[in-house]
Design a protein around this ligand. Structure first.
Ligand code: HEC
Ligand code: HEC
Ligand code: HEC
Ligand code: HEC
Length: 196
């Protein structure tokens, strides 16, 4: 519904801008209109809305600005989290990662790529692959599995496992050098999950 609305708004502004600009330059009028329907990088994402422990408010903007990287020198690379947003040839260098999305992509997600071409940058939500236990993911046939680091067991990377590994995994690394550290580590459940 929201998508349809913004499309309608974009279409109307296109017609208006198009009508005004047509006599000068129809080429420059078109990108103007397209920009209004673009995907934006979220400032804050509320995750885990159906978690019994409470939802998780994640500051996307803070993690992408400043110095939140493990070594504390700059922002976190987009693909540290959006790992599927790079070509399969790059992924092959970082096992167990191997799955690119879209499968034939040739670009690596960066702030620059996203600002130039948000649609082409193709960012998929984690949950579209890392579905909740027992649910079928939207983009791939089944919830991903990887082999456990220290045994032959397989780990099902449902939403809980994947996000805990990504989020708390990094905070644990950061905690080794940064003290005190504000990022919640694995056992600090209620620093991430909050009842409304
Ligand atoms: C670093 C932040 C963080 C910490 C710490 C954390 N969680 Fe989570 N948890 C998340 C996120 C993010 C999700 C995924 C939510 C989603 O699917 O959008 C999640 C998902 C879950 C889910 C699955 C919810 C569902 O049904 O979809 C459970 C259960 C859960 N966490 C329990 C815990 C417990 C228990 C602890 C402490 C031992 C804990 N979490 C610590 C961030 C955290
Ligand atoms: C620390 C982890 C992390 C980093 C770094 C990160 N993101 Fe995200 N991003 C997320 C999470 C988590 C979501 C929410 C996904 C979901 O809803 O499942 C998200 C959502 C998005 C969305 C919205 C996707 C949608 O379907 O609504 C866009 C666009 C996006 N990120 C772009 C970027 C770009 C560009 C960068 C690099 C400049 C970046 N992200 C860096 C974790 C991250
Ligand atoms: C297109 C599907 C897809 C999307 C989108 C996706 N993942 Fe994954 N993820 C996978 C698959 C499949 C694997 C197993 C390894 C592989 O095949 O690349 C995996 C593996 C992982 C791992 C384990 C990596 C390791 O080294 O232990 C983590 C953690 C993870 N994903 C977190 C995330 C987070 C966080 C997001 C969103 C910001 C996300 N994933 C988005 C499909 C996806
Ligand atoms: C690659 C590293 C990395 C990843 C991945 C990461 N974080 Fe963080 N996070 C940090 C750092 C660094 C801080 C700031 C620590 C400090 O200032 O003491 C932080 C701080 C936080 C805080 C404290 C409030 C704030 O924003 O400063 C929360 C809550 C948090 N992270 C949640 C998450 C969640 C949820 C995810 C996964 C979706 C996530 N983080 C993924 C590095 C990371």
């Amino acid at each position: 519904m929201k998508k349809t609305m913004s499309f309608v708004v974009a279409a109307i502004s296109f017609l208006t801008i198009g009508a005004i600009a047509y006599s000068h330059s129809p080429e420059t009028a078109f990108p103007l209109a397209v920009q209004q329907d673009e995907i934006k990088m979220p400032d804050v994402v509320v995750l885990g809305t159906d978690s019994k422990l409470g939802k998780v408010t994640f500051s996307h903007v803070k993690h992408n600005g400043g110095t939140y990287s493990i070594d504390g020198t700059g922002p976190i690379a987009c693909i540290e989290c959006h790992h599927a947003a790079q070509p399969a040839t790059e992924l092959a260098k970082h096992p167990p990662l191997k799955t690119a999305w879209p499968t034939d992509r040739t670009t690596t997600l960066t702030a620059e790529l996203f600002s130039k071409d948000p649609k082409g940058a193709a960012v998929a939500a984690c949950r579209d692959c890392h579905a909740r236990a027992g649910e079928k993911p939207k983009l791939i046939p089944a919830i991903p599995e990887i082999k456990h680091e220290s045994s032959t067991a397989m780990i099902s990377l449902n939403n809980q496992q994947a996000l805990h590994r990504n989020c708390a995994g990094c905070h644990t690394e950061v905690a080794k050098t940064k003290k005190p550290m504000k990022g919640p580590t694995t056992m600090q459940c209620m620093m991430c999950h909050k009842k409304a």
